[in-house]
Design a protein around this ligand. Structure first.
Ligand code: PDD
Length: 299
């Protein structure tokens, strides 16, 4: 039995994945060995939070998926309405209450050639879903987490949600080795770009909420957009501008956002406490507003 099979034979029974038009037991779902996603990371993805069995910000994630695909010229694997049906069915078959839905679209399987094959119009669509322990997330949120900074060594199109995540994987692992939860990337000028899988925010000493403006340097986070909306509704002063690592060290509050974390307080950066090393007031206000949005009943 291969390591992978052994690993998945331990995964909870009944997990179902969607791959190339079929719902299959998670351990049996496969793609072709010449899939361009595997060979070239010629592929994009999305991660949506599931709350009370419902997909959060579904439209935002689908809009971004369509944009990522358009940017790298992969056709949508199916009409949006059909994709939505597959998303819901994957959540339903896995009986997820609180968790994550993962979607990946690769350019498909072809004889290996760097150039995109003329006939590349059969993308591979993969969906998986898994349960998350909400209590663990809430505990982490109540305490806050540590981050460490490192140089941003990624490509120049971080606005595309590509699965070419090697720099992110290495950065997150390095952070974990240093006892931190997340890595914050810093550009050549000393400005924080974003986290390895999250968007970065600080609150200045004057109470101004800062996050880097959208550009090819960062992923246009769906949670980021929701939190910006919440901040404006709450009357918080917000500026979308880049901030330096020095400004982050001197910040009154810091946090990051992602579908996997919602609003997560940062209490230490590079071993330096952020203010009194406790989640800040504005952070908590935004976290509770985001939670209220996530838990709001659907009309
Ligand atoms: N990551 N920046 C990067 C580099 C990311 O990978 C992510 C998301 C975000 C936050 O985007 P959103 O709010 O839309 O989740 C920002 C996902 C969760 C992941 O890779 O698992």
């Amino acid at each position: 039995m291969s390591t992978i099979t052994r690993e998945y034979s331990r995964s909870p029974a009944g997990r179902i994945a969607y791959v190339e038009g079929r719902y299959l037991p998670h351990g049996q779902a496969c793609v072709h060995i010449e899939d361009r996603g595997l060979q070239f990371a010629d592929s994009v993805y999305e991660v949506c939070a599931i709350q009370a069995g419902r997909l959060l910000d579904e439209r935002g994630h689908l809009d971004r998926l369509e944009r990522s695909l358009l940017e790298i010229k992969i056709p949508m694997p199916m009409e949006r309405a059909s994709l939505r049906a597959v998303m819901r069915e994957t959540v339903r078959r896995n009986r997820i209450v609180h968790g994550l839905l993962y979607m990946q679209v690769t350019r498909g399987a072809y004889r290996r050639d760097h150039a995109i094959p003329q006939s590349a119009h059969r993308p591979t669509l993969i969906l998986t879903a898994r349960q998350l322990d909400f209590a663990v997330l809430e505990r982490r949120r109540s305490q806050g987490v540590r981050v460490v900074s490192m140089p941003d060594q990624r490509w120049a199109r971080c606005d595309i949600k590509s699965t070419a995540l090697l720099p992110n994987v290495l950065a997150k692992s390095q952070a974990r080795e240093q006892g931190a939860y997340e890595a914050w990337f810093v550009d050549h000028q000393g400005f924080v770009t974003e986290g390895s899988s999250t968007n970065a925010w600080i609150v200045t000493r004057d109470g101004i909420l800062l996050t880097r403006p959208l550009s090819p340097d960062i992923l246009p986070g769906v949670t980021r957009a929701g939190v910006l909306r919440a901040a404006r509704e709450a009357g918080i002063r917000v500026e979308e501008r880049a901030f330096t690592l020095e400004e982050a060290y001197a910040a009154r509050e810091a946090f990051f956002t992602a579908a996997t974390a919602w609003v997560m307080p940062v209490v230490e950066i590079d071993g330096r406490p952020v203010a009194n090393a406790h989640p800040g007031e504005i952070t908590e206000e935004l976290a509770s507003r985001y939670r209220a949005f996530a838990e709001a009943p659907v009309d």
